[in-house]
Design a protein around this ligand. Structure first.
Ligand code: ADP
Length: 282
């Protein structure tokens, strides 16, 4: 079982990705896909005159400032992307099933009551925020779809305890799904060559990382990479064998990631490469 997260930043080649997904599907692999939508959300927000804003937390994490209007713009942008992926995969004879984490309470989350943001060196409290952290996965729903032979394509929205739609981080949502399904491998495809020791120098990509080294990397990595590493840590802690941070701009991005391109992070005792972990779908 593989879980694949398709990054939402600009630069990924979706056509190459769909071809690669179709090839892996045809080989009999069982697969779940989570996608982002950050670049499309930014573009739509600009068109709707609701310019995107980024929050930097006191601990250095970057996230989108998500007021209610931004949440709905995110829902629109990711819905379009979801439909385009499903359309292309259907053309390639893959029985893709698009949905968001809100549908059937697929992803449950805790809404963040308040967020702390650093602005001009001062900490500000933000209350109109519609983001959350994933607390649960409707495993039975995913299993039902997989058993019926569908390939779920999931947009990273979730439902809170209070029934509110919230935006969740795609990498961490994919990690939660991979953990819930006990996937052997989680692939996080982004628009960089992998985790770089000296970002943005591509000659410093870290090829292999142990779970112990991952904690240290979470300290020195910057910006959005921090969240990806947090997701990797959560997946490994939940029992996923291998996490690959791969380059989504390559001609065969998924196969290359599984063959060891990018950064491969392994739980203790897991052998490489990840491609050995193919399990037949229905
Ligand atoms: P996506 O939405 O594609 O999943 P993100 O934007 O969340 O990707 O994260 C990838 C980004 O992380 C890269 O585009 C890069 O700008 C940033 N980044 C920060 N530090 C590093 C690093 N050490 N190595 C690689 N990328 C990094």
């Amino acid at each position: 079982m593989f879980v694949l997260k398709i990054g939402g930043a600009a630069g990924l080649d979706h056509e190459a990705l769909c071809q690669d997904i179709a090839a892996l599907w045809r080989s009999g692999a069982q697969l779940v896909i989570v996608h982002g939508g950050s670049a499309d959300t930014d573009a739509l927000a600009q068109q709707l005159n609701h310019a995107p804003r980024t929050i930097v937390t006191p601990s250095g994490h970057h996230s989108r400032y998500t007021d209610r209007q931004t949440l709905e713009i995110f829902a629109m942008a990711t819905a379009r992307l979801n439909r385009l992926l499903v359309e292309r995969l259907q053309q390639l004879d893959v029985p893709a099933f698009g949905m968001s984490g809100v549908d059937g309470r697929l992803l449950q989350a805790r809404r963040k009551a308040t967020l702390r943001s650093v602005e001009d060196g001062r900490v500000r409290i933000i209350r109109d925020d519609w983001t959350g952290s994933v607390t649960g996965v409707n495993k039975a729903l995913l299993r039902t779809l997989l058993t019926a032979g569908y390939l779920p394509i999931i947009a990273p929205l979730a439902i809170s305890d209070g029934g509110e739609m919230v935006n969740v981080d795609g990498d961490r949502a994919a990690a939660a799904i991979a953990g819930a399904l006990q996937a052997e491998t989680l692939v996080l495809l982004s628009n960089v060559a992998g985790l770089m020791r000296n970002f943005p120098d591509p000659t410093t990509v870290v090829a292999q990382l142990s779970q112990a080294e991952l904690a240290a990397a979470g300290e020195w990595a910057q910006g959005r990479m921090k969240k990806k590493l947090m997701g990797a840590q959560e997946a490994l802690s939940a029992g996923v064998g291998t996490v690959v941070i791969g380059d989504g701009r390559r001609a065969t991005p998924l196969q290359d990631a599984l063959a060891g391109h990018g950064t491969t992070i392994s739980a203790a005792g897991v052998q490489q490469p990840a491609l050995a972990a193919v399990e037949a779908h229905a």
